[in-house]
Each structure stands twice: as C-alpha cells, then as structure tokens.
Write a protein that binds this ligand. Structure first.
Ligand SMILES: *Cc1c(COP(=O)(O)O)cnc(C)c1O
Length: 393
C-alpha cells in the first residue's frame, strides 16, 4: 500500500478506537494519544529514505514511550540539549550515541556530558570551543553554521550559529586541535522550502574549502515539516534534494551525512483529545491551553488539525462558526490568539481531537494553576473494542 493510503487507513482505525474510548471513559482530563504504528512507520521512512544517518532531536518529545519505540525501530542516536535529556535517553538505551548539539554550555554541564561519553559536540563561537577543554583525540566537533535566512516557520539562526567567516575559522581550529571536523546547521522548524537545505549545503562546502579541511560529517539538522496530508511525499523530495546537493557540492569524498529531525519524527504519532469545560456566546473554555499542550499555538497555529467529537465520539456536524478559545487556567493570557472555526452545535462536554500534535506539545506542558499532569495513552495497549469492527464495512 502506498504511504498516503496507509495513513488514511490508520487514521480511520485510530478514530474508531478513540470513539470507543470516549464512549467508555468520557475522559475529563486532556489525553495525549500515542499511535505507535505511525511512529514506527515514520522512523522507517527516515531510516530508509534519508541519504545518510538519522538521529532524533529529543526536545520535540522526550516521553519514554516515544524514545522506546524509536529505539526498537532502529534509531539509536539522539540529539540532546541538556544533561537530563542525556539521562532520559540512556535510561531507555544505555548504548545510545549522544550528540550534544546545544552549542552553549556551563562548565558543570560539560563535565557531566564528558562523563556520559558524548560522541559529538556542536559549537558556534571560539569561547565555547575553548571551554570544552581536553577531549579524547578524534572526538567529533560540529561547527554550527548560520546563514541568517528564512525558510522555516520561524528562524532558528537568530539564536545559534556562526556566520560563514567565523565558521571557517572555527572549523580550521577544530582540525588543528586533532578533533574530527564536522559542520551542522538547522534551516528552521517546519521548513517546506528545499532550497533552504540546498543553500546551506553549498555554503558548508565553501566553508570547508576555505578552511582547507575535509569534512568528516555534515549534519543537515531537523526542520522537516509535518503536514496533515502529503507529509511523507514532501519529506522524500526534501531527502532527494539534500542527496543531490551533497553530490553537487562535495563531488569527491562526500562527508558522512546526518539529519536530526524532531517535529517530523513525532508530530503525526500523537493526537490530543481535549474536552470543552464550558460554552459561552462564541467562547469555549477547554481543559487545556497555552500553559499546557497548546503552547505552540501561540506561534504556529494549525487550524486544519481540529476535529469536533460529541460525547459518543462521533463527529459534530453542521455549519461552523468562529469560537474564542480559552485554556483552563485563571490567566487571561491563556487564550489561543486566533479563533477556531468549529461546528456551531458543539456543546459543553464534547471533545476536540487535535491531530498531528506530538511535537512541542507534551514537552511544553507546565504545572501552572495545578494543571499539567498528562497521561499518554498508547492506542495499542487499549483492549480490543467493538469500535474496531465498525471499520470493516
Ligand atoms: C530543535 C532542534 C532540532 C529539531 O528540530 P525540528 O524542527 O523539530 O525538526 C534539531 N537539531 C537541533 C540542534 C535543534 O535544536
């Protein structure tokens, strides 16, 4: 079956299981619903489709269930930004290879990371390279390059990354110190523009040439988009663009290619099931909001991902209207910036299913106002329900 058709079948199957869950449990707290089959398939699509090696950026979703499934699917390298992320990874995979690609660290973090045997470090300024001190000969140090160009939903180059001149100097110094020279970049999250990667790969080749260094590896970052439809096909075309750009710009001795997706690996694999606590005139108060799993909606709303369900788990039908959306806390900032268009008939006690919500959702939940406990429900661990049989027809 082609990937898109398999996605649709999985989605129908999972929707039926969620309807049964609603009928039996009437869940009142927000639920994160893990779709393991989708996560396995996405991991495979990266491992098979990307023309290099694959690591997972833990910050997108560090839930142990997610890390476990990724490890079982063959992902054993992790991009980590902090010591707690390192220990979370090692707890599920003691032999995991760690890429510490947060380029700014305290002395204490460096010492702990060395003790944990980090395999690759990224740097974007000389002072942070110096701060790393003695590293075992041959340790990989990846210089983080930034081109100050757009392409993603927001700009990752505004915080980290060295401009090409500084990157050249850093790369040369890394090689002189007997470390393994690498380059890394991040085109910006939810990036749909293939020229972002192609431009970075061209710039990386120039930096390496000007530094007079043969790159051992090139890490093209995360940034791969997650889309409600056609995501896998777009991703494969981005992989093909990346592979072709590396052949063009590194014709002899191409570096080992790496990617480190966060969002695209996990977004489709988790849905959020939220409930309406109260309905006012054109206003809905939900059981989750900006201090919870909807934190990213402030910057990156995805209105096409909302499905209204009644208390039997069936779609609410009829004409739609805009609703102002408030979260459950007592803070008036706990409000989704743009109204949601939902069926006018939606009522208190009904549900809203937010699909494709596995990235930067649970990871952002705060305990503010006593909210913030989160249950991750694994669809495969639910008992076999009659709901599944309805799909056969
Ligand atoms: C956040 C991050 C990623 C993952 O980015 P996505 O847009 O979620 O794919 C990868 N690498 C680094 C260094 C990051 O900080």
């Amino acid at each position: 079956m082609v990937a898109g058709a398999q996605d649709n079948t999985d989605a129908r199957y999972d929707r039926a299981r969620i309807a049964t869950l609603i009928q039996t449990d009437q869940p009142d707290d927000p639920l994160a619903i893990l779709r393991p089959e989708v996560l396995r398939r996405t991991a495979k699509s990266f491992l098979r489709g990307f023309p290099g090696l694959v690591s997972y950026a833990v910050k997108a979703n560090p839930a142990p269930d997610i890390l476990n499934i990724l490890v079982q699917s063959g992902v054993t390298v992790f991009d980590v930004a902090s010591v707690p992320e390192m220990t979370a990874v090692r707890a599920v995979c003691p032999t995991a290879r760690l890429h510490y690609h947060n380029p700014v660290r305290s002395m204490s973090e460096i010492a702990q990371a060395k003790a944990l045997g980090v395999a690759s470090w990224s740097v974007d300024r000389m002072s942070e390279l110096d701060k790393l001190g003695e590293l075992p000969a041959g340790t990989e140090v990846a210089v983080r390059l930034s081109l100050k160009r757009g392409g993603g939903a927001y700009d990752f180059g505004s915080k980290f990354g060295a401009a090409p001149d500084i990157a050249t100097e850093l790369l040369r110094t890394v090689a002189e110190r007997g470390l393994t020279p690498a380059l890394t970049f991040h085109p910006g999250t939810q990036c749909t523009d293939p020229t972002s990667w192609a431009d970075y790969i061209a710039a990386a080749a120039q930096v390496a040439q000007r530094a007079g260094v043969r790159l051992a590896s090139l890490n093209v970052g995360g940034g791969f988009p997650s889309l409600p439809r056609g995501g896998a096909a777009l991703r494969q075309s981005l992989f093909d663009t990346i592979g072709a750009a590396v052949q063009t710009h590194f014709p002899d001795q191409p570096p080992q290619l790496w990617c480190e997706p966060g969002r695209a690996m996990v977004a489709e694999a988790t849905w959020l099931l939220l409930r309406i606590k109260a309905r006012g005139d054109g206003v809905l108060t939900l059981n989750d909001g900006l201090y919870g799993a909807l934190g990213e909606w402030r910057d990156m709303p995805v209105p096409s991902r909302l499905i209204a369900l009644d208390t039997q788990g069936q779609p609410v039908v009829g004409t739609s209207q805009p609703f102002t959306i408030f979260g459950p806390t007592c803070d008036s900032l706990d409000r989704v910036p743009d109204p949601w268009r939902l069926p006018a008939a939606i009522a208190e006690g009904d549900y809203i299913l937010v699909t494709g919500a596995g990235a930067y959702s649970l990871a952002l939940v705060t305990p503010f106002n006593g909210y913030g406990t989160r249950q991750l429900v694994n669809l495969e661990s639910l008992p076999e329900h009659a709901g599944q049989c309805r799909l056969a027809g």
